[in-house]
Design a protein around this ligand. Structure first.
Ligand SMILES: [Zn+2]
Length: 394
């Protein structure tokens, strides 16, 4: 479709209002995965004909599809269901110490394809970029036949400058001041945006996962590189002054512990680690679903002792977080969710007694809902932002 009736670059208030409303409607469809036109009318407060015109424009841009509602019992005409369309996709990437994971993700948080490329050592920034470029080149013909790639979203286990996607520090990967977004853009030809993995996971859970109806929750993720987290407080992401809030992995849980790579002693991520779990179940390389299956299948007392030991230290961090932030829920992702799955009663009992009574009342512990797709969906959200904030650019 042409750029509406307004020549590009000569926006007026009617045009900017239309574009704003397009974004509101697309965002609702994206988050709901499917929503009726009458629900869109109620949710936006716009009149029915305006909503019909906005949906019509999004259909012409192939960002959404309309399908007939199969609800027959309603009085009057059934309202068509508006769903995310398959055309727009992003490529989501998560470099880790033992693999680079690459996925194709559609609107609505749909992971269409996911490839885990295992590496035998921590990839350098250049190696990670080369792996991504090769995998993307392998998919390019198929991708471009059925989709239009909006861009690439990168979830990095480290501190990322959001302005230009420079990885300031990814300690476990050994990356310091690596311009990874620019390198990937040059190698693939797509625009690239990057962010911290745990914060993107928090965003994904808040948008599509176990946090979608929660205003106050803490998300903690355990990955191969350590433990990260994020906080949703009063419905918003808690960012901190420079965007680095949520580093729960470096809170003190054991004053008699070992020195962490950060320089501190007894950090959560020095006590609660994925590597000894893999070793105990005899795996050298596994994604989070495989590790969890192995832990649940194990009947070894040694495995259970290690799981309890790690949960005891996790509970110390949770006590501090609950007393400080008063969340409704703690969501555990990655191998932390697996630890909890092995011994839920053990952690529940600790959290039910250690924090202040008022702070802990009503706090629930849950699993992140998005499993192995979590970081892919979070990274995709970042890359979809340009289309979601202004669908008329697609
Ligand atoms: Zn530390």
């Amino acid at each position: 479709m042409a750029e509406g009736n307004q020549p590009a670059g000569r926006g007026n208030s009617t045009d900017s209002l239309r574009r704003h409303n397009l974004a509101v409607v697309l965002e609702l469809v994206h988050h709901a995965g499917g929503i009726s036109r009458s629900q869109l009318t109620r949710a936006t407060g716009l009149n029915r004909s305006t909503v019909a015109a906005l949906v019509g424009e999004l259909v012409e841009r192939r960002l959404v599809l309309e399908v007939d509602s199969d609800v027959r019992a309603q009085v009057g005409r059934p309202s068509p269901i508006v769903k995310p369309g398959p055309l727009a996709v992003v490529i989501a990437i998560n470099p880790e110490i033992d693999a680079v994971t690459i996925a194709v993700v559609g609107l609505g948080g749909e992971v269409i394809k996911r490839i885990r490329y295992a590496t035998d050592h921590e990839p350098t920034a250049r190696e990670a970029v080369n792996i991504c470029a090769a995998v993307i080149d392998g998919m390019r013909a198929e991708l471009e036949a059925g989709h239009r790639v909006v861009g690439v979203g990168l979830a990095v286990p480290g501190l990322v400058r959001s302005l230009d996607g420079v990885v300031r520090l990814a300690p476990h990967l050994g990356w310091v001041d690596e311009p990874v977004a620019a390198m990937l853009a040059a190698a693939t030809g797509y625009p690239v945006v990057a962010g911290n993995d745990a914060r993107l996971g928090t965003l994904a859970e808040s948008t599509f996962g176990a946090g979608r109806d929660l205003s106050d929750f803490i998300y903690l993720n355990g990955g191969a590189s350590g433990i990260g987290g994020g906080v949703i407080a009063g419905g918003s992401t808690l960012a901190g002054a420079a965007g680095y809030a949520g580093e729960f992995g470096h809170t003190l849980v054991n004053s008699a512990g070992v020195v962490c790579h950060c320089g501190g002693v007894g950090c959560l991520e020095t006590e609660v680690r994925r590597a000894p779990l893999l070793e105990l179940v005899g795996l050298t390389d596994a994604d989070s679903d495989e590790l969890e299956s192995a832990l649940l299948a194990s009947s070894s007392a040694v495995v259970l002792t290690e799981v309890h030991r790690q949960l005891d230290f996790l509970a110390v961090a949770l006590r501090n977080a609950i007393n400080t932030l008063n969340p409704q829920t703690i969501l555990l992702g990655g191998f932390l969710g697996s630890l909890y799955a092995v011994a839920p009663a053990h952690l529940n009992a600790l959290v039910a007694h250690q924090p202040l009574r008022a702070s802990r009342e009503g706090v629930t512990i849950g699993r992140a809902a998005l499993g192995a797709n979590l970081l892919m969906i979070g990274a995709a959200e970042l890359a979809f932002a340009s289309v979601l904030t202004d669908p008329a650019t697609f």
